[in-house]
Write a protein that binds this ligand. Structure first.
Ligand code: G4P
Length: 537
């Protein structure tokens, strides 16, 4: 692994800032629930020495949940809604792992987190292949051309045919695959992996898992280790894989067209070292980010960052909010002043925080690619850009069209004004999206995961003493509408007033009863664009 750092961070031609940036790998794990994301996260953190005992990732989730009331929902359901950041160092590189909740009930945070990473690890359960949630998260990665490294997990158990699994990735995701390792033996007879690039077999037993060392071992020797193994069939298979696999091309990977594939068992801590090595070698350094003025290079010395997540009330005694910001360029130093471009005001970054596996700690400095938590009292919103004085806004922190739309019913009608304020705040925090119908009807809330509604209800009650119920609304779908021709948009809005609402920014949204109505309206709305993703400004 040491050669990785040598080829990136320690290159003499780089400035100190560029060297720091080059050491960063900011990534997320995408997977379907149960594929092994938590287990893999633990093992990755173990490699980095960030935690000493496996099992702490879950334990940490539980401890954290006790910190705040509304997170009881998470605890009761045994899931984690919180997207957290874990930083660890390994072999001279700094890995920032952004956790995306993989449970059925997920939220927009999951999607938005993917706007803050430079690469993703796709974990697939070898017995199940590509599952629904993985596919969905993959699509979000593809929107941003995020390179994907694949980890096929649970090879210690019965799996589907390996060729078939690769074929499925290629066909369903339209993504080329290059196996970097290849399993020798299957299920109970899984012996280890063959290093397709360099040759040699790494054995599951005998230290291979821990040291990551590949042993040069003759195929005939393998057969001696396990009587069930047909040595000539294994030899043929490895020859086929070596000859027939697509060669790994860094460019194709970086552009999101090709994925290197690693096999292993997170539970047995096998193959995790290969994966980490692959991340270090191939995953991109912090990428340049688009803003509305210019493309901002990570090595630009002036600090800039965008907020992709707000976590409220991590500590109920202080009613604090933490804005999670991804640094896009330069260096953040504790105590520096940053410009919040939306308001033009300056804000001191007096106690930015880093998140380690077990705790948070104050960050003295952070570099492009890092994620810091900025405590604030509601000043920062999702999508906000912070700079060292420049006026530009990062683009690409999106809102996603809700999959569930509900009308909020207040049990005490006298509190309508308070509800309006509370909903505005909740939407600024990204808890839910709020749509205000132009015809004056009560507000609608939209979410991509049902759990967001439970969180909203619990928080309105706990923080604003507002008991609410949600009613099924006549509308099920929401799409942002726009047009290059302002007049056309005005005409469309005038003709559909009862189906038009404003989102948190005042942008018009068309509400539809169902797909049929949406399709019908679209066909007749010439020159109007309907979108289900909106860039937060
Ligand atoms: P998730 O975060 O993606 O939802 O998955 P998680 O890591 O919690 O793993 C889901 C289940 O799969 C866990 O078992 C875990 O122990 C198991 N698992 C993960 N990786 C492997 C692997 O490589 N091989 C095998 N055989 N099993 C693996 P569980 O019994 O559901 O949970 P737990 O009670 O052990 O926590």
């Amino acid at each position: 692994m040491s050669d990785i750092a040598a080829t990136t961070a320690e290159s003499p031609a780089r400035s100190p800032l560029a060297a720091e940036v080059a050491r960063r790998r900011t990534f997320a794990i995408i997977s379907h629930p149960d594929a092994g994301k938590t287990t893999l996260t633990e093992k990755l953190l173990l490699f980095g020495g960030a935690i000493n005992l496996a099992g702490q990732v879950k334990a940490k989730g539980e401890r954290r949940n006790t910190r705040s009331d509304w997170m009881k929902i998470e605890r009761e359901r045994g899931i984690s809604v919180v997207t957290s950041v874990m930083t660890f160092e390994f072999e001279g590189l700094v890995f920032n792992l952004l956790d995306t909740p993989g449970h059925e009930d997920f939220s927009e945070d999951t999607y938005r987190t993917l706007t803050a990473v430079d690469s993703a690890v796709m974990v697939i359960d070898a017995a199940k292949g590509i599952e629904a949630r993985t596919r969905k998260l993959f699509e979000v990665c593809r929107l941003r051309d995020i390179p994907i490294i694949t980890f096929i997990n649970k090879m210690d158990r019965e799996s589907r045919d390996v060729f078939e699994l690769l074929d499925e990735i290629e066909k369903t995701l339209a993504l080329d695959t290059t196996p970097m390792t290849w399993p020798v033996g299957r299920g109970r007879d899984f012996l280890g992996t063959y290093d397709v690039i360099n040759g040699g077999v790494r054995l599951l037993e005998g230290g291979g898992a821990k040291t990551g060392a590949a042993q040069q071992i003759e195929i005939a020797e393998l057969a001696k280790l396990n009587a069930n193994l047909d040595a000539s069939a294994v030899k043929d298979e490895l020859e086929l894989v070596t000859e027939a696999s697509k060669p790994f091309e860094l460019e194709a990977f970086r552009e999101g067209h090709l994925t290197p594939v690693y096999f292993g068992s997170a539970l047995r801590n096998f193959g995790v070292g290969d994966l980490l090595e692959g991340l270090g070698k191939f995953a991109p350094e912090p990428r340049a980010q688009d803003s509305d003025q210019r493309r901002v290079e990570a090595t630009d010395p002036r600090m800039s960052a965008f907020v992709f997540k707000i976590q409220a009330n991590m500590d109920p005694n202080h009613r604090d909010r933490i804005a999670f910001a991804r640094l896009c360029s330069g260096k953040l130093s504790r105590g520096m002043k940053a410009k919040l471009v939306r308001t033009g005001k300056s804000m001191p970054l007096s106690s930015p925080q880093f998140f380690f596996a077990q705790d948070r700690s104050v960050a003295d400095e952070a570099f492009a690619g890092d994620v810091v938590g900025i405590p604030n009292h509601g000043t920062l919103r999702i999508g906000d850009t912070l700079t060292e004085g420049e006026d530009f806004n990062f683009v690409g922190v999106p809102s996603f069209a809700p999959e569930i739309v509900r009308r909020v019913r207040l049990t005490d009608a006298m509190k309508a004004k308070k509800l309006k304020e509370a909903l505005q705040q909740m939407s600024e925090e990204g808890v839910v999206q709020v749509f205000r119908p132009r015809d004056g009807a009560p507000a609608l809330v939209g979410v991509v995961g049902a759990l967001q509604l439970d969180v909203l209800k619990a928080r309105l009650e706990a923080e604003y003493s507002l008991p609410v119920e949600f009613e099924v609304s006549e509308f099920q779908l929401a799409r942002w509408v726009s047009s290059e021709d302002r007049k056309k948009l005005d005409t469309f809005i005038a003709a559909n007033t009862s189906s038009i609402a404003d989102d948190v920014d005042g942008d018009p949204v068309y509400l539809a009863r169902n797909e049929f109505y949406l399709g019908y309206t679209k066909e007749r709305a010439e020159g109007i664009e309907f979108t289900n993703v909106k860039d937060v400004k």
